[in-house]
Ligand binder design. Structure first.
Ligand code: ARG
Length: 561
């Protein structure tokens, strides 16, 4: 919030319409820094104008020019004001209105029916949910949509395989369905007749054949029930699940629109939209008359624009679909939909094991269920090793283990930039000394245990007024980082990078732990001394930011650990 204030002074002082302050990685360069002086002539003159600005002098104690950069230091008063603000606003600290009146649709999770929930879909779910939470906190109207893969030619395979084996669809499991699918597709590669049969089944489905519909419905039900178990465990709630099948009767309209705009053309029996020389054409209807994944994505855009009028649609989908989304976005632009709406693809990377891609053929895949189960075991192990508070009953213990296990997996995913591949490594996932979910949760629990011990009757009204404004190094660095929270949230949202929030929280936790190891927080002789109150206030504020930052990442912080 101080960032915005300084930016507006800076705009006037440098006579520019836009300026973006940075938070220097090295605190020796101040709390904020800008290179505007390098770009717009004279930094000395900008500094001179800045020192005349009264509103600035209350929050900034020092302005310095170094290597052409202008660096700003927040005043102690500003840092204390901010500390008080955290205590007052509590869970609302960091909230913003930048999204007011703007809608963002986030398309995430989106597993494919009749197949198990994959690790890739886990990434989409976890990252998508964190992005959703961030945008919501910043005041956007957010809509989450699970674009379930419940339509398309792959359904032909499922239906044909079920019929071939005369399986009773009512008693089939998701694992069996996936096996059927894998086995059939393998054989269909060499067997044209099987391929044709599958196509025929999908055609029957699209033609509303009764039997095809019946099996399709059962398969959907079984799959959704399995996914729901995973969502429950992961604590995920997605606003809507308009699967691909929802667009079945909405595609004809898209095709007429493409024709009316003279974009659609016939090509070797198919109907396509030319997307220019940089992209392969978008296939609207295949030569066998069936529709495509892409056509459904276009229908989904049309639907979303009408229903929610979003200024932004974000797709959290694996990087193997980069080309697909470039085609979708280009087609949307040609259809005239990109005037008031932007489109973004967060293309998450792969999950590697031992540095290598997982492969079903080589037997080096891991199942999601196994990962989650192992995560719980690891969390339980950690719990047994840690010095456990005696007053934890077994129900509570179970809850804590779940929060730590699931939190560890989510955090490990989120701490990486979404687009990078992540190497699955249990030791880092549960590293209590390093950048991990459990480390942050542990630090939060530490703040809570100190607060409980403090016995200061009314912690809400800690008296900071009496504080003498002399901070030691550790206090100062905590106050500085606490003041950056909102800027970090905005930055993470703007860049679709929850990892920015992760680094921040890790940094905060490390700073707090250093502070804790170097200084006594509660005065033994007088727990309500001014010093204790001040340090306790820092502890309360750190706990608040840690807990809420983790919550935005979709991670719960237990009070005890
Ligand atoms: N079901 C698709 C898959 O697993 C992902 C769908 C992503 N969303 C979209 N609008 N295409 O590959």
């Amino acid at each position: 919030m101080y960032k915005k204030l300084i930016e507006s002074s800076l705009k006037k002082a440098a006579k520019v319409d836009k300026v973006e302050l940075e938070i220097p990685a090295n605190p020796a360069y101040g709390d904020f820094s800008t290179n505007i002086g390098l770009k717009k002539g004279n930094p000395e003159e900008i500094k001179k104008n800045l020192t005349k600005d009264k509103s600035l002098s209350q929050i900034v104690s020092k302005i310095e020019i170094k290597e052409g950069f202008i660096n700003f230091w927040l005043s102690k008063e500003a840092l204390i004001d901010n500390l008080e603000k955290i205590l007052k606003q509590k869970d609302n600290y960091g909230k913003d209105e930048i999204g007011k009146g703007k809608c963002v649709v986030i398309d995430y999770s989106s597993p494919n029916v009749a197949k198990r929930f994959s690790i890739g879909h886990l990434r989409s779910t976890v990252i998508g949910q964190a992005v959703y939470n961030l945008y919501t906190f910043l005041g956007f109207d957010t809509v989450g949509d699970n674009h379930l893969g419940d339509w398309g030619t792959q359904f032909g395979i499922i239906l044909s395989a079920i019929e071939e084996k005369s399986f009773n669809p009512d008693s089939i499991t998701l694992n069996e369905l996936e096996e059927l699918y894998v086995d059939y597709s393998k054989r269909a590669k060499e067997n044209l007749a099987l391929k044709e049969k599958a196509k025929d089944w999908f055609k029957r489905l699209e033609d509303k054949d009764k039997k095809a519909r019946q099996i399709w419905e059962i398969v959907n039900k079984i799959s959704l029930a399995e996914y729901q178990k995973i969502y429950d465990l992961l604590d995920i709630k997605i606003d809507y699940t308009y699967g691909e099948s929802f667009y079945e009767d909405k595609m004809a309209k898209i095709i007429s629109l493409a024709k009316a705009k003279k974009l659609a053309k016939k090509s070797r029996g198919a109907l396509i939209i030319d997307l220019g020389k940089d992209l392969p054409p978008a296939m609207l209807i295949k030569s066998d008359g069936t529709t495509t994944y892409l056509t459904r994505d276009l229908a989904a855009i049309d639907f979303r624009l009408k229903k929610w009028n979003p200024s932004l649609i974000i797709y959290e989908v694996g990087s193997e679909q980069k080309l697909h989304f470039r085609q979708v976005f280009k087609a949307a632009e040609l259809l005239g939909w990109a005037k008031k709406t932007s489109f973004v693809h967060i293309a998450h990377g792969l999950v590697l094991i031992g540095g290598k891609k997982m492969s079903t053929r080589k037997g080096t895949t891991i199942k999601l269920e196994d990962i989650l189960e192992k995560a719980m075991d690891k969390a339980a192990e950690l719990f047994e090793k840690a010095k456990v508070a005696k007053d934890i009953d077994s129900e509570e213990k179970k809850e804590i283990i779940k929060k730590v296990g699931i939190g560890a997996i989510k955090y490990f995913d989120l701490m990486h930039h979404p687009e990078s591949d992540i190497n699955f490594d249990w030791n880092s996932i549960f590293n209590l000394k390093g950048n991990s979910g459990p480390y942050l949760q542990y630090t939060y629990a530490r703040t809570q245990s100190i607060i409980n011990k403090s016995q200061i009757p009314n912690k809400k009204s800690l008296d900071l007024g009496a504080w003498k404004m002399q901070f030691n190094k550790e206090e100062l660095s905590l106050l500085r980082i606490l003041s950056q929270y909102q800027d970090v949230l905005v930055n993470a949202a703007k860049n679709y990078s929850p990892n920015i929030l992760c680094s921040y929280l890790f940094n905060l936790a490390q700073k707090y732990n250093t502070f804790y190891s170097k200084h006594r927080i509660l005065d033994i002789s007088d727990k309500s001394s001014v010093m204790s109150q001040f340090r306790l206030a820092i502890t309360v504020a750190t706990g608040t930011v840690l807990k809420n930052g983790l919550l935005l990442l979709g991670i719960k912080a237990p009070e005890k650990m």
